[in-house]
Design a protein around this ligand. Structure first.
Ligand SMILES: NC(=O)c1ccc[n+]([C@@H]2O[C@H](COP(=O)([O-])OP(=O)(O)OC[C@H]3O[C@@H](n4cnc5c(N)ncnc54)[C@H](O)[C@@H]3O)[C@@H](O)[C@H]2O)c1
Length: 357
C-alpha cells in the first residue's frame, strides 16, 4: 500500500493506494476512529461489481450500513438528485457524525461529496474512487459540485474527505476507453510538474494499459502526489491550482462544441497538444518534446488531432467561457515536460492557426 498525505492544516487527510484495499475499508475506517453506522452512495454498475467487497468488509468490521443507489450518468449531478439523497439520508436516520462513503467514478464523488458537505451542515466524507480519472484526479482536492442550468459544477463547495482509498484492483473492470480517459489527466500531471513521472508513464505505458498491478499503483500514486502538492499550495484555487487546467482551455471548448461527443479525456488530450504547439510556435517548447508528448498521447489511445469541429465555434465557446479578454487568451503553456507557465497574452490568430493545422 502507498500513502499520499494531502497537507491542508486541519483539513489534512491521507490517500491510500493499493490493489485490494476495498476489502480492508472497514478496518481502515476503524483505525481513524469511525464505528457504528455509515452510508454508502454508489451507482448500480459499481455496486454490482464492487459493492459486495465493500459491504463484506464493513459488516465484518461491525458497521451498520445503508447503501443508496443513484442511476449512472452526468445528469445525476443535479440539485434534484441531491435533494432525493437528503431525503433518503433522513429516512435511514443519518446523523451529523454518520460518514458518507462515495463509491464510484467522478460523478458519484462530486455528487456524494456535495451531499456530504451540505447535509446537516456537513458530515464526514470518505472517497472510494473506482475509475482511473477519479483516482488520479477528481477524488483529490476537495472540489465537490452539482451541475445547474446546463453549466457544469455550477453549485459546489470545497470539502475535503477524511480519507480516500484508491483500490487499483477496481480499475480492472473499466473499458480501455475509460482507462485512456484517466491517462489524459495522468499525462497532464507529468507535463505540469514532474518529468520523471512523465518518463515513467512513457516507459511503462503498455503495462499500465494491460492493467498490471504494479504499474496502476505507481500511476495513481504519482498523480495523487502531484495533485496533492498543487492543492496543498492553493486549496481554494486562487492561483497555482490553475496549472491543473493545462489542456482544458481548448479542451472544454472542444467538449462543448462537440456536444460532448468528444469525451473529457479526449478533449483534454487535444487541448494539451494545442497548448504545446502554441508554446512551440512561440519558441518556448522544444520540438522534440512536442513529438514526445504527441507520441505518448497517441500510444495512450487518445486523439492527437483536432476532431473535425468548426474553429469559429471553438473560439466563440472560449469567449463565452470568459477565456478571451481584450482579444487575448489566457493559457497554461508548457515550458518543457515537467514545467508549465501561465500567460494571458496568446493572440487569437495564433490559436486559430494551431487549431487549423
Ligand atoms: N472534483 C473534481 O476535481 C473533478 C475533476 C475532474 C472531473 N470531475 C468530474 O468527474 C466526472 C467524470 O468522472 P468519471 O470519468 O469517473 O465518470 P463517471 O463517474 O460517470 O463513471 C463512468 C462510468 O464508469 C462506471 N464505473 C465506475 N467505476 C467503474 C469500475 N470500476 N468498473 C466498471 N465501471 C465503472 C460508472 O458506473 C459510470 O457508468 C465529471 O462529472 C467531472 O465533472 C471532477
Amino acid at each position: 500500500m502507498r500513502k499520499v498525505r494531502v497537507r491542508l492544516g486541519k483539513n489534512s487527510y491521507n490517500i491510500l493506494i493499493g490493489s485490494g484495499l476495498l476489502a480492508q475499508t472497514g478496518q481502515l475506517l476503524k483505525e481513524i476512529g469511525f464505528s457504528d453506522k455509515l452510508v454508502v452512495i454508489t451507482d448500480p454498475t459499481v455496486n454490482r461489481l464492487h459493492g459486495g467487497t465493500l459491504k463484506q468488509s464493513l459488516t465484518g468490521s461491525g458497521f451498520k450500513i445503508s447503501i443508496l443507489e443513484v442511476p449512472e450518468g452526468e445528469e445525476q449531478k443535479s440539485l434534484e438528485t441531491a435533494g432525493r439523497l437528503y431525503h433518503e439520508l433522513t429516512a435511514v436516520y443519518a446523523e451529523r457524525t454518520t460518514p458518507i462513503l462515495a463509491l464510484g467514478g467522478g460523478v458519484i464523488g462530486d455528487l456524494a461529496g456535495f451531499v456530504a458537505a451540505t447535509y446537516m451542515r456537513g458530515v464526514p466524507l470518505i472517497q472510494l474512487p473506482t475509475t482511473l480519472l477519479a483516482q488520479v484526479d477528481s477524488s483529490i482536492g476537495g472540489k465537490v459540485a452539482v451541475d445547474h442550468d446546463n453549466l457544469k459544477n455550477k453549485i459546489g463547495v470545497f470539502y475535503q474527505p477524511r480519507l480516500a482509498i484508491s483500490d487499483t484492483a477496481t480499475l480492472k473492470t473499466l473499458t480501455p476507453r475509460e482507462i485512456s480517459d484517466g491517462l489524459a489527466e495522468a499525462i497532464k500531471h507529468g507535463v505540469i510538474r514532474d518529468r520523471e513521472y512523465f518518463d515513467y508513464i512513457e516507459t511503462n505505458l503498455d503495462e499500465i494499459r494491460a492493467l498490471g498491478d504494479r504499474a496502476l499503483e505507481r500511476v495513481v500514486f504519482g498523480s495523487a502526489r502531484i495533485k496533492a502538492a498543487v492543492v496543498a499550495e492553493d486549496e481554494l484555487d486562487f492561483g497555482l491550482r490553475n496549472v491543473l487546467n493545462f489542456g482544458h482551455t481548448i479542451g472544454h471548448a472542444v467538449e462543448s462544441v462537440s456536444e460532448f461527443m468528444v469525451d473529457h479525456g479526449q478533449a483534454v488530450a487535444v487541448g494539451m497538444l494545442a497548448a504545446a504547439r502554441i508554446s512551440n510556435k512561440l519558441g518556448i517548447f522544444d520540438g522534440n518534446e512536442l513529438v514526445r508528448l504527441k507520441g505518448l498521447i497517441e500510444r495512450a489511445g487518445l486523439p492527437a488531432e483536432m476532431p473535425g469541429l468548426d474553429i469559429e465555434k471553438i473560439m466563440q465557446s472560449m469567449e463565452h467561457d470568459k477565456k478571451i479578454v481584450q482579444g487575448k487568451i489566457k493559457f497554461i503553456l508548457p515550458r518543457s515536460i515537467g514545467e508549465v507557465f501561465i500567460t494571458d497574452d496568446v493572440s487569437l490568430s495564433l490559436v486559430k492557426q494551431v487549431l487549423a493545422e
